[in-house]
Design a protein around this ligand. Structure first.
Ligand code: ZN
Ligand code: ZN
Length: 160
């Protein structure tokens, strides 16, 4: 199982999954998630994945190396609804995608509400997984999950 160090806080990340299903690494300190290409293929709908990859891999250098293969990481905006997008990082070499929860949460406080009630008392890992599933839902182009009255347009032009 490949080891990985969190690109955000340098903590050693917890590895989940296997060779068949693909690997996913989770940082229990900052809640970042690194999902391998294979894992994404098995867990996210192809249409969502295509959106994700189009945005990320047409982006610019993210300035750091992939935690698992040392490939170049790039980042790009991924549309999550008609008016907003969020910046997500990915590895050009192995196709892993990095989800930085510290960036995501202020943009999508609604994600918490997407989780089934039973998940709210679950472990941090389950929460992280729920968050990722929530993101995948947003990426699939179902803006109905976002309250129309919520102003998230500012998320699309954050200064970074
Ligand atoms: Zn971290
Ligand atoms: Zn990589």
């Amino acid at each position: 199982m490949p080891e990985a160090t969190c690109p955000c806080c340098n903590s050693e990340m917890d590895a989940h999954g296997d060779v068949v299903a693909g690997h996913m690494h989770h940082c229990s300190y900052c809640f970042g998630i690194l999902a391998s290409d294979r894992w994404l293929n098995g867990n996210i709908r192809q249409t969502s994945l295509r959106n994700l990859r189009n945005g990320v891999f047409n982006g610019k250098s993210a300035g750091y190396r992939c935690p698992t293969c040392q490939g170049e990481m790039v980042k790009g905006p991924v549309p999550t609804s008609k008016d907003s997008s969020m910046e997500i990082d990915g590895c050009l070499k192995c196709g892993s995608i990095w989800f930085d929860n510290r960036e995501i949460e202020p943009f999508f406080p609604e994600i918490q509400d997407l989780l089934p009630e039973s998940d709210k008392s679950a472990s941090r890992w389950d929460k992280a997984l729920g968050t990722l599933v929530g993101i995948a839902g947003l990426l699939s182009g179902s803006p109905a999950v976002i309250d129309e009255d919520t102003d998230i347009s500012q998320a699309s032009d954050s200064e970074e």
